[in-house]
Design a protein around this ligand. Sequence first.
Ligand code: NAD
Length: 335
Amino acid sequence: MKVAVFSTKPYDREYLEKANATTGHEFSFFETSLKPTTVKLAGGHQAVCVFVNDTLSREVIESLTALGVKSIVLRCAGFNNVDIEAACNNGFSVLRVPAYSPHAVAEHAIALIMTLNRKTHKAYNRVREGNFSIERLTGFELAGKTTGVVGTGKIGAAFARIMKGFGCRVVAYDLYPNKQLETEGVEYLSLEDVFKQSDIISLHCPLTPDTHHVINKQSMKLMKKGVMLINTSRGQLIDSEAAINALKKGRLGYLGIDVYEQEENVFFKDLSEMIIQDDKLMRLMTFPNVLITAHQAYFTDNALTQIAQTTIQNLSDIENGQLNEKNRVCMDMVK
Ligand code: NAD
């Protein structure tokens, strides 16, 4: 199958080509993201292969239809960037990678927690400059603390288990509580009680109309003063403006984010010689108790291999007319 691959980085190409070695799909790799101004690059291909910050709005989907493209293959689990209704109405097959090493993301959430807490990033810089003072590097012990998990699917469950291993009390909120996790000691509470009782809150639910800005001025008022908030899910779960205000007031004690509301303009790009125009992001970067990574939680060798293999399988399934229902994105999932 001829596939236009958007938002390609060298590592995407490497892993996709390796996974495609015995399959023979034909790839055109484009560094640019898919958006209304680049959609014409998809001409002459049967499928587009996209990532988290590609735009598959109604406008783009209608342009793809006009170009004869019939399939959308996501190299990720989340599909909030796809207008599913438009895709379904235009007869597209939309396939994703629903599961790839949930440990990759769960463990990155732990890395954010441990770095913010024990300030290893600051210690590293100090020691390299010959400053062996440990003043102001005080942390807290995770054992005995309450960790709140919002969304206990594959990643949230892996995260909850690791936090149990640290000796935390783990409380959780999900529309569909996981019975197995309950038997392992995770307590399901209302979302409000998770916010009220937690010392650390980690977001692992998808971005939907219900979860958009689930962390806002009101919800942050419910939280313990000095709470640590971790987001490795999707940027728009947090109202950044409200988070900035809460950080300024000391209400939010720590913020660790791997995703950001307007990340599509910034993440995955080297802007080190540019004037960055995003004032909210620049303000967030000034806080000593904020740690930002650029959507790298998934970025392990294991996860990249699984993403590439599932993507190739999804393309072959489309070609053979045998879609894997587990990987298919359909209207029911967004209702
Ligand atoms: P999953 O589908 O296994 O789990 C999501 C869970 O959220 C489900 O249990 C679901 O019931 C729950 N949920 C849905 N709506 C909810 C709501 N309103 N409130 C509370 N819970 C709700 O997904 P997953 O594989 O665990 O991935 C979770 C999210 O992580 C993805 O949606 C994606 O946005 C994000 N993600 C980020 C990265 C990264 O690199 N930063 C990588 C992969 C996935």
